[in-house]
Design a protein around this ligand. Sequence first.
Ligand code: PBG
Length: 329
Amino acid sequence: MTFPDTRARRLRDHPVLRRMVAEMDLSPRRLIQPLFVKEALAEPAPIASMPGQRQFGPAQIAEEARRVAEAGVPAVLLFGIPAEKDAQGTQASAPDGVVQRAIGAIKQAAPDLAVIADICLCEYTDHGHCGVLGEAAGRPTVDNDATLPRLAAAAVSCARAGADAVAPSDMMDGRVGAIREALDEADLAHVPIFSYAVKYASHFYGPFREAAESPPAFGDRRGYQMDPANTDEALREAADDLDEGADLLIVKPALAYGDIIRRVKETFAVPVAAYTVSGACAMVEAAAARGWIDRQAVIREVLLSLRRAGADLVITYWAAEVAAYSPLP
Ligand code: PBG
């Protein structure tokens, strides 16, 4: 059947029917809010490259998390910035570390809010790399296998502090298995691993590195994060992490990587979260500030595109804000 019997506009041109037949939505239950907690910070500090986002001190983080929960967002993804950094990233696994204490405080203030602890060393090392340093073939590099016990210790300490899930974002090989084994041995078999299985070496992370105070002091992260030219590699990364015990897969960045989200979701049929990273946020904010785009409409469109691509969950700096939006008329 063709025109005039078929008219695609029939459902589109009626505001109620249009909304009823929409396939995707941005229900708050789909959203995860990242939060930054910085040791020894007295007052919330704005992050210049991420308009509207702030670092919080230990005294304010629980209150902020409660605000997120009250907006209807079910989970936060927590990043810590310690006062002391060293070569091993010791503070990442300190029982009284900035993130561990924040987890405890948040669970008290908002018991129903899920706290996901981001697990990586880059915020904790004085060189800013995601693992401990070593050498391969005479070149300085991040020592994969020496990093695994550090990540496992960080995951166990966050889980002990009350984290509902741990999310390794370092891209070392074998870290999901190492973390799973350490959690199980520590009687934490119930704690799931949200693995950043597919994480590209992306320039979209620029503003985050200011927020987390974690730029690498030398070189870059291409020795461990994925090449943006690749897609098959994303499937191998995801398969390995699932074999090692990952419960949920994260794809990052999300914007500009919709094809990867779709392939991962279709291939593995497991829960997938897409992380709209700091650079995507910065681009939208910068254009909106100049009046070049309609900020709220573009945010909605960006996040819907990730749901359409196949993401069950979206990690976004706009989570609490979007949760308060009313549906489009
Ligand atoms: C590393 C980490 C990064 C982000 C989250 N975890 C950056 C990196 O790999 O340098 C980026 C998030 C963002 O850009 O919003 N632990």
